[in-house]
Design a protein around this ligand. Structure first.
Ligand code: MN
Length: 745
């Protein structure tokens, strides 16, 4: 290796040097040499040599304590995708099957743009889960990859892309890290994502932390010393650690849950790490003896671990000076798991022990497999995304079987969900349930501590209504599977009935052959091989009716249009004008993410135009940084903006904004809303429509308020380029004799 290669690799070699016996250095060196030469000449957007990225990723992987193969895979993770001549086969030959599998898995997880079709997003998440299920180290390497990309996100030139990556990090990767128990990575990912998504909120919270911590630092330090001395006097050896809640979790509590900063009790936590479980409970007793505990805040995650393996005792106490703080008590082993989650399995283990799968790894793999399986029956993208997120974020309750086993369920789950959690067969045979010995309706939601018993009967299947009652995707998936397998003829019949009813609702009597034509076209568009497949899927609930209804409507409109042009029916002037307007509005100009607006200090944030005032280029504007990761642009004289700027508590969120310089040939259209007060005469709407059609103005919505005192008001949203264009539209509309007044709202 050259001097240069050694210098570049320093971030990794420094970490490996601490644990010299754990790693096969020759293998890692070989992987490095291959990666180095493969990426030679490539640069990151920041200008650094590309190899710095795989080195940093490998360093994270090593600092988590993962094995030699994972470190090699991290070094090579971008080679198959980005470098010529390097294939998975080659890696398999030179570094073994595991390294090749991990690299291939990481390569398959491509980032999808949030603007991509939802089907593409689902496919992607599915692929990701499949790759992870092959080897869980795939996701650990991928998370380290994402972590380094987030740490260096400032180097990306394209701010739209920055935002997309930050969003994906917030919604997919941080929750995955959380579910796998990797708190340290999860917290850093969330904080970094927040920094890009709501820079102002980030700064506000950081300042608030400094202020609050500044005033209580000494008092908390003295409480800490007192606890340390007392615990030592009992002969217990404890390591103490301070923890301040992360910027993002404070941000969520303050802005999303609307809690005032003063009411956040776990803002500061003192961690005591001891040797045994017994000592955990002793320390808890000591702390409760010294300080008043706050009721309802004691949590025993040792006897009831969280689904992501987290174990610890939590309690909140009040210091003598009236400052509440949290105390977390755990053993060293629990601490490792809390920080590193699934990765803790590999820490400090070598050879045999590391390659042997632990129960925890198995449990997590089973969870991933259940996610993939449960969603197999779903073809509905909304539901898929919803259930995926639900599965990652779920909050748990704990109930008991009559035998005393603890079963964890997501909050809100019903007794049917419970039955399917026990076993698919129990769910399918369920006829009723008892909670604490009392018979309950099947939509009952059990609470933590309840004893739930399921009453079953052979030869009994689930009911279709259950699909609307259950709340977990696992149960829904299993019910659908049952219907899919057992009841195809019934499903087909039911599905056909549902679709025919839907078609009748459209208000046109189609002949049987027309109906068939529409159904066939719909089945084709939904990717179904046959008509029966479409009916079957709708029947067992794999596709929601509302999703199919949209397509049905489109296909029947298409059929009617085709028939109309064939007969060439003469049209009235009104009809012709309206149709041409509708046609135009369909080809609505697409807006860029920035919408042609520059908001100072919020580059890259998503720009939305406020509905209350619909600003147009030429208007004087101002931006408001919303809590939901975006900027909404108002007219400067919009009443909401005027009162908002005056409100000192949120003044810093209002940023000056201006329109990008436009060229003469600007074609982008914005929405402008217009109210027209007219005399209530026949043909008024037609006059307005014709005037707009003549000016080639796309109309997005038209509403006519019921006439009053011989006057009518027409509300319109139209496409409009800028204020000048708007004035021209208004001038043309004013020329209509029946128009009395025009206002922009
Ligand atoms: Mn990478």
């Amino acid at each position: 290796m050259t001097e240069d290669m050694l210098t570049l690799a320093k971030p990794l070699t420094d970490i490996l040097a601490n644990v010299p016996d754990r790693y096969d250095m020759a293998k890692i060196e070989a992987a490095y040499v291959l990666a180095y030469h493969a990426h030679e000449g490539q640069c990151r957007q920041s200008g650094e040599p590309y190899i710095c990225h795989p080195i940093a990723v490998a360093a994270s992987v090593a600092s988590l304590g993962l094995d030699t193969d994972s470190v090699c895979a991290a070094l090579l993770h971008d080679t198959v995708e980005d470098c010529e001549g390097i294939t998975a086969e080659l890696l398999c030959e030179r570094f073994g099957k595991d390294v090749a599998t991990i690299v291939e898995g990481v390569t398959k997880i491509v980032s999808v743009s949030i603007e991509d079709r939802e089907e593409a997003q689902i496919e992607n998440i599915r692929k990701m889960m499949l790759a992870i299920s092959k080897d869980i180290r795939v996701i650990i390497v991928k998370l380290c990859d994402r972590l380094h990309n987030m740490r260096t996100l400032g180097g990306k030139k394209n701010s739209d892309r920055q935002r997309e990556i930050a969003l994906e990090t917030m919604y997919v990767y941080a929750p995955l890290a959380h579910r796998l128990g990797m708190q340290r990575i999860k917290l850093e990912l969330e904080n970094l994502a927040l920094y890009y998504l709501d820079p102002i909120g980030y700064a506000e919270v950081t300042e608030a932390i400094d202020r609050r911590f500044g005033t209580s630092r000494e008092l908390l330090a003295s409480a800490r010393t007192k606890i340390e001395e007392r615990v030592a006097s009992y002969g217990i050896k404890a390591d103490l650690e301070d923890r301040i809640k992360s910027v993002y979790s404070l941000y969520r509590k303050i802005y999303e849950l609307g809690k005032p900063f003063e009411e956040i009790y776990d803002f500061y936590a003192l961690r005591l790490i001891v040797d045994t479980v017994e000592e955990c409970y002793m320390v808890l007793g000591i702390v409760h003896e010294m300080f008043t505990s706050i009721p309802g805040r004691f949590k025993d995650y040792i006897s009831m671990p969280k689904p992501n393996m987290y174990r610890s005792l939590h309690t909140t106490v009040m210091s003598r000076d009236g400052i509440p703080f949290e105390v977390q008590i755990r053993t060293h082993e629990m601490h490792e798991t809390a920080e590193f989650g699934i990765a803790a399995h590999w820490r400090y283990k070598t050879g045999e022990a590391a390659s042997k799968k632990s129960d925890e790894v198995d449990k997590q793999l089973a969870w991933i497999a259940s996610l993939i399986e449960a969603d197999e029956g779903t073809r509905d993208p909304d539901e898929y995304i919803h259930s995926f997120k639900g599965n990652l974020f779920r909050e748990e309750i704990f109930v008991f079987t009559p035998k005393g086993d603890v079963i964890s369920l997501p909050r809100g789950a019903t007794v049917i969900d419970f039955a399917y959690t026990i076993h698919t067969a129990v769910g399918n045979k369920m006829v009723g349930a008892k909670i604490n010995g009392v018979i309950v309706p099947i939509d009952r939601v059990p609470q933590t501590g309840d004893v739930v018993e399921i009453l079953t009967q052979n030869n009994k299947g689930p009911s279709r209504d259950w699909l609307n009652i259950v709340t977990t995707s696992e149960a829904r998936g299993k019910i659908r599977q049952w219907f899919k397998k057992e009841k195809r003829p019934e499903n087909i019949e039911l599905g056909r009935e549902m679709l025919e009813r839907e078609l009748r609702r459209l208000g046109h009597a189609f002949t049987p052959s027309e109906t068939n034509e529409i159904f066939t076209a719909t089945a084709e568009r939904m990717g179904m091989a046959t008509l029966d497949d479409l009916f079957d899927t709708v029947g067992y609930g794999g596709l929601t009716l509302s999703r199919v209804a949209v397509r049905l409507k489109e296909e029947s409109a298409k059929l009617l249009r085709a028939q109309a042009t064939a007969t060439e029916a003469p049209k009235t002037a009104d009809e012709a004008a309206m149709e041409s307007i509708k046609e135009k509005s369909r080809v609505r100009a697409s807006k860029k993410q920035s919408g042609g607006v520059i908001v100072d200090g919020a580059e890259g944030c998503l720009i939305k135009f406020a509905r209350c005032c619909n600003p147009l280029p030429g208007d004087s504007i101002i931006g408001f940084v919303t809590r939901g990761f975006g900027v909404s642009v108002h007219k400067r004289d919009c009443p909401n903006a005027v009162s908002g700027v005056a409100d000192t508590s949120q003044a810093s969120r209002w940023l000056s904004a201006h329109w990008e310089q436009k060229t003469e040939t600007q074609s982008e259209m914005y929405e402008a809303s217009v109210s027209i007060l007219t005399e209530d005469k026949i043909g008024v709407l037609a006059d307005v429509s014709i005037a707009l059609a003549e000016m080639k103005i796309p109309v997005h919505t038209i509403n006519v308020a019921p006439p009053k005192d011989g006057k009518a008001i027409i509300h319109l949203t139209v496409g409009c380029k800028n204020t000048e264009h708007y004035n021209a539209i208004v001038a043309r509309l004013r020329a209509i004799p029946t128009v009395i007044r025009i206002t922009r709202n």
